[in-house]
Design a protein around this ligand. Structure first.
Ligand code: ATP
Length: 318
């Protein structure tokens, strides 16, 4: 099996044409395809991997644009178009102080309405990897669709990857976000988090938090360190794989493209739930996977946007 199945939100990000303004002051926005699991699928496809995306969008021009964008990059899609709600929108701005402002239009958005019976069942059987995030865990019915698909893929032998990707503004409360995100850790084999996310989820720093996350069930915890690369923690290893120095211009999508690069390499190594810890402990394996993922993330930061910034395999190897 080689296919990487991603499930979750697919939406439009409206990003300002110039940075450094609060959202209230931005006058001109550019349309960009967004949604973390969709970005991960696009990253895998751009590298030449077998990427599949499952989700739901509105039967509207923004939905059409999103499916076309994934098609163009080579992602196979099983995306339901609905009249029940419109494609989700997020207006995002990077303020002068470096903080991001978000304004979401999801009351509800079509992606939140994905039902378990709409999920392409055959793909869960085919999956080498099933990847999900936490935005699709916020509301029903897509929460059940996400978790049901994870369990089915796992039962067919897939490696399960989970990127909590905390977006607090979308949750009813911080406590609700923390409880739900932690509750799903036992489903996952591989979990990617940032240092801030570890602190938010566990209330401890990332140094001690990594072991606590492992104790909750996942076999591999990856803590991303921005330009510093990443730290990889399993029962057999705890290593920092240094980042690739670049002149970053826009970090949008770096985390997602990092995950895409990582999953692409894990499939290349034939990693399965029962073997991944031992596979990564082999000489050079962790470097092969995570130095590659770091390069994918780094290149993504050198160009604007998420999907338009993704590198090809030749660029990563060059
Ligand atoms: P998000 O995209 O949601 O912010 P994240 O916090 O996991 O996700 P980062 O840690 O910023 O993302 O980046 C992910 C990976 O991309 C890093 O682990 C690193 O490999 C690469 N990366 C990010 N920023 C830089 C940078 N300035 N220089 C080099 N590599 C970078």
């Amino acid at each position: 099996k080689t296919c990487i199945v991603c499930l979750g939100e697919l939406l439009i990000d409206f990003v300002p044409e110039v940075n450094g303004q609060a959202l209230a002051d931005v006058t001109s926005f550019q349309r960009a395809a967004g949604g973390a699991p969709a970005n991960v699928a696009a990253a895998v496809a751009k590298l030449g991997g077998d990427a599949r995306f499952i989700g739901k969008i509105g039967r509207d021009p923004f939905g059409d644009f999103l499916v076309r964008t994934l098609d163009e990059v080579g992602v196979h899609t099983a995306v339901v178009q609905t009249d029940e709600a419109k494609t989700g929108l997020a207006f995002v701005s990077l303020r002068a102080d470096g903080e991001r402002d978000f304004l979401f239009f999801r009351d509800p958005a079509a992606d939140m309405l994905l039902r378990a019976d709409e999920v392409q069942a055959q793909w869960l059987e085919d999956a080498a990897v099933y990847h999900f995030g936490s935005v699709s865990l916020i509301a029903e019915p897509c929460r059940t669709a996400t978790l049901d698909a994870a369990r089915r893929a796992r039962d067919f032998g897939a490696l399960v990857s989970y990127d909590p990707n905390v977006r607090l503004a979308l949750w009813p409360s911080a406590d609700a976000a923390r409880a739900e995100i932690l509750a799903q850790l036992p489903l996952a084999d591989v979990v990617k988090v940032s240092e801030e996310e570890v602190e938010f989820l566990l209330g401890v720093d990332a140094t001690t938090g990594a072991q606590q996350l492992l104790q909750r069930g996942p076999k591999v915890i990856i803590i991303t360190l921005g330009p510093g690369g990443c730290r990889v923690v399993t029962a057999r290893q705890d290593v920092v794989i240094p980042g690739q120095p670049v002149a970053a211009v826009d970090t949008t999508g770096a985390g997602d493209s990092f995950v895409g690069g990582m999953l692409y390499q894990l499939v290349a190594l034939g990693a399965a739930p029962a073997t991944i810890v031992d596979v990564l402990a082999e000489t050079g394996a962790a470097e092969q996977v995570f130095a590659f993922a770091n390069r994918v993330g780094a290149i993504t930061t050198t160009r604007r946007g998420a999907i338009p910034a993704l590198p090809t395999l030749a660029e990563v190897q060059g």
